[in-house]
Ligand binder design. Structure first.
Ligand SMILES: CCCCCCCCCCCCC[C@@H](O)CC(=O)SCCNC(=O)CCNC(=O)[C@H](O)C(C)(C)COP(=O)(O)OP(=O)(O)OC[C@H]1O[C@@H](n2cnc3c(N)ncnc32)[C@H](O)[C@@H]1OP(=O)(O)O
Length: 226
């Protein structure tokens, strides 16, 4: 490795450490918000409003991960990262945030629990890896909790999508109806309905990808220990 590429490598490492630390901190703030709300009110009603700003900010920041993968900063699959990031950014900005009626439904605690636990562990794990020190428990949590949290998150996302439908249809959210000067019609309600088959097609691929990552990471690390 030349001096120049060594320098570029350390800049990339330093940037990724900062990114992962910031994301761990952000999702921890969301986690504390969720836990304190549930502890105080013994209910998930009002939970979304308590964490909305932080959730919108840190979920949207995950778009950088597509860039990291595309630029080769990390060895993630670009397509799977795009699907993962856009499904959540789409749910947050396209469904949960604009449809207030969804905020009090059971999909909200499901996604908040699944996303928060996953992301705190994931970003903390990446930080440890970059610092050259990976506690075995972090490796195990990163590549095991998804088995339960992925289905929980998907169920919460699909429930939120489902509960938003009558409100989107009634309000005509983001829709354009005829007649208009451009002679153009668009119905957001049908876009949301079209998301259901996309989940059926793509979720199994993401879930299986994580099992493959699990096999590589936990399989090889247990071999190293033996
Ligand atoms: C445009 C229209 C969109 C339409 C969407 C259609 C719907 C599609 C359905 C999708 C369903 C999604 C449901 C989902 O949102 C629900 C939930 O998430 S619930 C919570 C549970 N979820 C999870 O556990 C998944 C979390 N996500 C991920 O893990 C990733 O995003 C994923 C792409 C799924 C997999 O990650 P990856 O392939 O990156 O695996 P690794 O973590 O093993 O990383 C590979 C290597 O890259 C290094 N890496 C990656 N990121 C970083 C980083 N930030 N900093 C440092 N290093 C990083 C990592 O260490 C690995 O390195 P190595 O190869 O050396 O081991």
């Amino acid at each position: 490795m030349t001096g120049e590429s060594k320098k570029q490598n350390s800049i990339a490492q330093a940037y990724l450490i900062m990114y992962n630390v910031a994301m761990t901190a952000g999702w921890s703030v969301i986690g504390v918000g969720v836990a304190s709300h549930v502890y105080k009110h013994r209910s998930y009603k009002g939970l979304y409003d308590q964490v909305e700003k932080q959730l919108l900010f840190f979920q949207t920041s995950a778009v950088l991960e597509i860039l990291h993968a595309a630029l080769g900063l990390v060895r993630s699959n670009v397509l799977l990262t795009t699907l993962q990031v856009f499904s959540r950014v789409g749910i947050v900005w396209g469904v949960i945030q604009p449809v207030a009626q969804v905020h009090e439904k059971e999909g909200i605690p499901m996604v908040l629990v699944a996303w928060t636990i996953t992301e705190i562990i994931r970003y903390l794990f990446y930080t440890f890896v970059l610092l050259g020190f990976t506690p075995r428990i972090m490796l195990w949590l990163r590549y095991t909790l998804f088995i339960v949290l992925y289905p929980l998150g998907v169920t919460g996302e699909l429930l939120s999508l489902y509960y938003s439908l009558p409100h989107v249809q009634k309000s005509g959210l983001y829709s354009v109806s005829l007649p208009n000067s451009l002679n153009f019609a668009f119905n957001y309600y049908y876009v949301l309905i079209g998301m259901f088959p996309l989940y059926i097609i793509f979720f199994p691929q993401l879930y299986l990808h994580m099992f493959a990552q699990r096999g590589k990471s936990l399989g090889s690390s247990s071999k190293k220990q033996n």
